[in-house]
Design a protein around this ligand. Sequence first.
Ligand code: MN
Length: 249
Amino acid sequence: MMVDFHCHLDLYDNPAEVAEHAQNYGVATLSVTTTPSAFAGTRALGAGKSMIRTALGLHPELAHLRFHELSLFDDLIASTQYVGEVGLDGSNRFAATQSKQLEVFRHVLRRCADVGGRLLSVHSRHACREVVDAIRQFPGLGTPVLHWYTGGVRDLEAAIELDCWFSVGPAMVATSNGRRLVARMPPDRIVTESDGPFARGEAGPLHPWEVGAAYGPLSNIWNVDRAEVDSRIQQNFMRLLATGGGTAS
Ligand code: MN
């Protein structure tokens, strides 16, 4: 079994085909969404596929356009253990939407704390400090998994202190900064991700079954062989599911 804990199945050119292959290749895939209105259709992609779990999200880049979908988020939160993609984006081009982003993210975190035990896939680009500060205010929400973390070391340490997990993929470990950060993350709190189709490899958008491209760099960072990397990722994934109460869908 491979693990892809952050993939936008619904955004590939051929979503049904990618979902089918992920299932057949045995990739435990967290299919994240960017809006609550995309949840039902995206969950249908995984219907009858035991390896695919669908997360309810509202992406920070869309917060200012889709905040009116928070009522739909509230209607759906009881129907899934998985939440994402959510978070904050502090990039310059979203400077004007910071307060709306924070309003949306805090709403999501509050709902997660209300129901408890959610597994969250969290975006934190240029906003790691703010993401960690927001999470800290809602104990009991479940387990945050910071996806493709690119922040500083001090904020990383704060996230580790808060019991955050991390999802890392081939695109992240392809850079020396990414590898340096991964080396500072607890090895028992890391799962793999593709972030496809946004993240790309040499042959185009990454797919769930290509997460193994991260194993070589992980094996160097951890100084263990690839079989041990494979084993750790699977064990971490099972423990991660158990932190949320461990149900299948
Ligand atoms: Mn993503």
